[in-house]
Design a protein. Structure first.
Length: 368
């Protein structure tokens, strides 16, 4: 454990019945002052993790720590954690000032202290001058900022956000992503953000935890997660991908689509069957003679910034291509890509397996 970890899960399991396991022996550490995102499909356990941090539930097994203090059994109001819910949970009968001041009044702070703290919180979320506004008169984005101000006015060590952008339209959601990221930087506290939107996670996070079926599939920076997915689930869930089966001939040499190619991966067994990932934006459309692969175009859609081209190679593999170059349905085109565009994955590999393989591969190369 790193000495400065602010949140730590140690082999945490959460179940609601013998067969209903929501989290399965989950362990991780979160450092202070970072923007973390829990990403995954519905039912993967990400909101359960928030509930365990907040104190709304206790784990069936394992221990949740805040700092170095075990939190099992500690009630929510005794934790320096606040939550912004998906529906914001604002009080419609109170104005903006009183919504933000609610928790401070519960603590029975002095009037001048409440005034100062609420004013500072509203300044942070750019709502100065809205103190007397009714909640019903606020836009969706403004309501979200009120909810955040109400959370940060209590000066938490950790701010939990449970899909707070999901109810907003696309334009406002994009604007609020920028505002939330900037707010986290200004506050300097730890944000733990839950979403099922991979583009949102990539845009906002310092680190992402990808979950599926109650387990962490992979963690890392957005670039790490996108460029080096651990397994098929992560590669398919984060962005669009071409995923196909291949064979690792030897280190830095792989076979797929009926041909062999140079790559940048190693640490596999000779002739081991593997899975190949190539992102659609890493494929360049060229003439059939120039391409490393030849593909027959089946469809093309204009997506604004690029054409989305779908084709099939001579081995029957389907290819998705993002290109600024237009093609014709039925034509044969070439696809060109470099060794760094090819990412090789071992079947069913976990994050721990991946780390061990890379360490062993690095030791072998160092010895050489």
């Amino acid at each position: 454990m790193k000495d400065d970890a602010i949140i730590r899960f140690d082999q945490v399991t959460m179940r609601y019945g013998p067969e209903d396991v929501v989290l399965d022996k989950v362990s991780f550490e979160l450092q202070p002052g970072k923007f973390y995102t829990l990403l995954g499909p519905s039912g993967c356990g990400k909101t359960t993790i928030l509930r365990l941090i907040a104190g709304f539930a206790d784990p069936t097994e394992g221990t949740v720590y805040i700092g170095d203090v075990p939190m099992n059994g500690v009630p929510a109001n005794k934790r320096r954690v606040n939550t912004v819910f998906q529906d914001y949970a604002l009080f419609p009968h109170l104005n903006v000032f009183e919504n933000v001041a609610f928790g401070l009044r519960i603590k029975k702070l002095k009037k001048d202290v409440i005034q100062a703290k609420v004013s500072e919180a509203l300044r942070f979320v750019n709502l100065v001058g809205y103190e007397n506004r009714k909640i019903s008169e606020m836009s969706g984005g403004q309501r979200q900022r009120v909810a955040i101000a109400r959370a940060i006015v209590n000066e938490p060590d950790v701010l939990l956000l449970d899909e707070p952008l999901s109810a907003l339209d696309l334009k406002l959601r994009t604007e609020m992503q920028v505002e939330l990221r900037e707010l986290q930087r200004r506050l300097g506290i730890t944000f733990v953000f839950v979403t099922h939107d991979q583009e949102e996670a990539l845009a906002m996070s310092d680190e992402i935890y990808v979950l599926n079926k109650g387990r962490i599939q992979q963690s890392g920076t957005p670039i790490d997660i996108y460029d080096e997915p651990i397994n098929r689930f992560v590669a398919d869930f984060i962005g669009e991908s071409n995923i196909l089966e291949g064979k690792m001939i030897r280190d830095y040499r792989v076979e797929f689509g009926g041909s062999e190619f140079d790559c940048v991966d190693g640490g596999f067994l000779p002739n081991e069957l593997v899975e190949i990932v190539i992102r659609p934006e890493d494929l360049e459309v060229v003439s059939p003679e120039e391409g490393k692969l030849k593909v027959r175009v089946e469809s093309q859609l204009f997506r604004g910034v690029h054409y989305e081209i779908v084709g099939r190679d001579r081995s029957g593999n389907r290819w998705l291509v993002h290109s600024t170059r237009s093609v014709k349905v039925g034509d044969e085109i070439g696809l060109r890509f470099g060794p760094e565009a090819i990412h090789v994955m071992r079947f069913g590999e976990t994050e721990e397996d991946f780390d061990r393989r890379l360490e062993a591969f690095a030791e072998v190369n160092h010895a050489k």
